[in-house]
Design a protein. Structure first.
Ligand code: FAD
Ligand code: SF4
Length: 490
């Protein structure tokens, strides 16, 4: 059955019709949006406990009542993996929480992850009837997604997706971030023999090495990875495709097609004087060492210095994760230095609010222009130039323009540079015939995510540059459908 027909049939089910009748739309619209429960800001700022603690059953069901079960659910158009949003929300209202989790898993491999880190305010919630037509706060779709996924996990009733009959066709996935995991799950469900090759010793990509425990606990990611293992996805860690073995080697082992979900983990720097001093590092290195190498622990072989005055340069999610991590490591001052104003900051609003509540300082319209160090070469000062906003640039945001003679110096013993990332180069470098863009991303046909090498598909950050979890997942899903078509015709 096609998607539209399925949604219509679902919506006309007797229980759904009864549920709709149980409250008038006006009554639903008069309900107030739920607020997420969270740990106390002062206490959580010194620990790694998860900040958001989730909704109670009562809160979730009340929030579910706000959803109008629209005939034309525009929220779905805002979801890159096309979750049946009213379908799962109405199951929550109806009390069938496990059914809600099952519905989510039909199209999303990582609902507990997405419920925590997706920018719903820019995706499904931005397309909700309340936002679009009424200019009111949307249904809390993300909170409800998290609730259903957590409920399923905590009740130890984890549903395992159905897998089609084995077709014994081997396909390889390069990288185990959200793009790769989604691709792997979708291909496995179609009966393929799927192996995920991951360069690091942990599976999960940025979900594990980038996003910290206080926002996305590793245990939660592992449960979703375990579901993939249970349906038969194979994982090879410490395996760099292009180095440990080439794509040609893998073809000789019988792999018929490849998906590159190798991400954008190469840090960018600003190339300003003093950037090589000790104590200045990229957010990638900072977060990976702490999240994956346990560098914050006393007995670590490669400890990070717990700076007293930490400056984080940038305004994205990565910058917010770095500065909040610094606070948790004991920084007395942890400051964001961002060249535009608060309004342009690309990090999720929730993360900015959490950071403020935890005592993070924000220095906006400010840009580092030089670093200074002591005699041992350890950074001790950042020269900051004040900025003002000029005309909009290509991104539509107003361009920051330096104010001459406005420089000030601030103390810093650790600087974390978080000004963007570039694509991981190993796959493009190992395939000289592969077409790439001037930014190093893999060029693909947007309709099917196929590269100019016909058996190589690609998606996620290796195609988009640094983007989001849900866009990477959407690509993984689309690439699986295209690769399936390609292999069926081969
Ligand atoms: P990745 O997650 O980067 O995974 C790629 C994987 O491929 C890596 O594990 C890498 O080791 C592996 N790999 C690379 N080359 C090879 C090779 N040759 N062989 C084998 N393996 C290889 N997005 C959000 O939506 N919400 C957030 O709150 C958010 N917060 C973020 C916080 C941080 C600190 C960072 C860094 C990013 C954040 N993002 C967030 C962005 C989001 O995480 C990424 O857009 C997403 O992870 C991209 O997924 P991916 O699968 O394309 O790549
Ligand atoms: Fe519910 Fe909003 Fe989707 Fe309508 S658009 S079905 S109200 S979540």
């Amino acid at each position: 059955m096609d998607k539209k027909a399925y949604l219509k049939e679902e919506r006309n089910a007797e229980w759904r019709v009864e549920l709709r009748k149980s409250l008038k739309p006006k009554e639903r619209m008069s309900l107030i949006r739920v607020e997420m429960n969270e740990e106390d800001p002062t206490e959580r700022a010194t620990s790694y406990v998860e900040v958001n603690t989730g909704l109670t059953l009562e809160q979730a069901q009340n929030e579910a009542k706000r959803c109008l079960d629209c005939g034309n659910p525009t929220c779905i158009t805002g979801c890159p993996v096309e979750i049946n949003i009213p379908g799962f929300i109405k199951r929550i209202e109806h009390g069938d929480i496990l059914g809600a989790a099952k519905e989510l898993k039909k199209t999303s491999t990582l609902p507990a992850v997405c419920g925590r880190v997706c920018p719903q305010e820019k995706q499904c919630e931005a397309h909700c009837f309340y936002t679009v037509k009424m200019k009111k706060t949307p249904v809390a779709i993300g909170y409800l997604e998290r609730f259903a996924a957590d409920y399923e996990r905590e009740s130890k009733n984890i549903s395992i997706p159905e897998v089609a009959e084995e077709n014994n066709i081997k396909v390889a996935c390069i990288g185990s971030g959200p793009a790769g995991l989604t691709f792997a799950g979708e291909m496995r469900k179609r009966g393929y023999d799927v192996t995920v090759f991951e360069a690091l010793h942990e599976i999960g990509g940025v979900l594990k090495y980038g996003i910290p425990e206080f926002r996305l606990p590793n245990d939660i990611v592992d449960v979703e990875i375990n579901t993939l293992k249970q349906i038969g996805v194979k994982f090879e860690t410490n395996f760099i495709v292009g180095k440990t073995a080439t794509i040609e080697d893998l073809k000789e082992e019988g792999f018929k097609a490849f998906f590159a979900g190798s991400g954008a983990g190469l840090p960018r720097f600003m190339n300003i004087p003093g950037e090589n001093y000790n104590g200045i590092l990229s957010s990638n290195e900072y977060l990976t060492r702490i999240n994956l190498m346990h560098a914050a622990k006393q007995n670590s072989d490669t400890p990070v210095i717990s700076g007293k005055n930490v400056v984080v340069v940038g305004g994205g999610n990565t910058a917010m994760d770095s500065v909040r991590t610094a606070k948790r490591l004991g920084a007395q001052t942890a400051t964001i230095v961002y060249r535009r104003s608060m309004e342009e900051m690309p990090a999720r609003v929730e993360e900015i609010e959490h950071a403020k509540a935890e005592g993070i300082e924000f220095m906006t319209l400010a840009n580092p222009v030089e670093y200074f160090a002591d005699e041992q070469g350890q950074v001790n000062k950042v020269r900051i130039q004040k900025m003002e906003l000029g005309e909009p640039d290509a991104s539509g945001r107003r361009r920051p323009v330096p104010i001459e003679g406005s420089e000030i110096d601030i103390k810093a013993d650790t600087v974390v540079v978080s000004v963007g990332v570039s694509p991981n180069p190993i796959i493009p470098d190992s395939l000289p015939d592969l077409e790439t863009t001037p930014w190093g991303t893999i060029k693909v046909n947007q309709d099917n995510l196929q590269s100019n090498i016909s058996d190589l598909f690609a998606g996620g950050d290796i195609v988009r540059g640094g983007a989001t979890v849900i866009l990477a997942m959407g690509d993984g899903r689309k690439a699986a459908a295209s690769m399936h078509d390609y292999l069926q015709k081969a």
